[in-house]
Design a protein around this ligand. Structure first.
Ligand SMILES: [Cu+2]
Length: 204
């Protein structure tokens, strides 16, 4: 369950944002620590720099430029993760205290494991039967809240078939820690047959 082992395009974008933010903040931290150490070692070295430069330059201009640059870069990648009206395969997820119920377009439902086709976008329409939960499969996408009376849609994309673990990411009561689930991505060709087998085994 690591966001740093992405298995799809949205998760890869998130991992990239994470690395850029880490490197960006690392550079800023190194710069500040460097100045700090330099000022200790060489008491007069920075004495000629006027206070205004530190206050306006270092305290205002520098953070504004850095934060706007990181924000301007990160916002489009957030946008690119939103579902689009392109007729993608759509499943339903309903959270409850404490578990997950998944529904499919042709009918039938599964508990705890969501079955999707690999290699294509899947929109998950997420809601809840009781309190707020959050749907999070770190290797496939970002996380989104499940809110009573509302449906939030998250786009998943698993490049390869496999089992991807998920976890409720919003504290929802005593059973929260055990509210894990999984997304099983099947070969697209075999998806309908695989889902039919699962539903049959569940007596549906
Ligand atoms: Cu929870």
């Amino acid at each position: 369950m690591s966001t740093l082992e992405p298995a799809g395009p949205a998760a890869r974008e998130i991992a990239l944002v994470w690395w850029v933010m880490l490197i960006g903040s690392g550079v800023v931290l190194a710069l500040v620590c460097g100045l700090f150490l330099y000022a200790f070692k060489n008491r007069t070295g920075l004495a000629g720099v006027p206070e205004r430069v530190w206050l306006i330059g270092g305290g205002l201009a520098f953070p504004i430029v850095v934060l706007i640059a990181l924000l301007a870069w990160a916002l489009p990648s957030g946008q690119s993760m939103l579902p689009r009206d392109d007729g993608a395969f759509r499943v339903e997820a309903e959270a409850f205290q404490w578990g997950w119920r998944f529904g499919y377009p042709e009918g039938g439902e599964t508990l705890t494991v969501l079955h999707i086709p690999a290699g294509e976008p899947v929109d998950v329409a997420i809601t809840t039967a009781d309190v707020i939960h959050a749907f999070w499969v770190p290797q496939l996408a970002g996380k989104i809240d499940a809110i009573p009376g509302q449906t939030n849609v998250l786009r998943l994309f698993a490049e390869e078939p496999g089992l991807y673990r998920g976890q409720c990411a919003e504290f929802c009561g005593i059973g929260h820690a055990g509210m894990d689930f999984a997304v099983q991505a099947h070969e697209a060709d075999d998806y309908e047959a695989a889902l039919a087998r699962v539903l049959e085994e569940a007596g549906q």
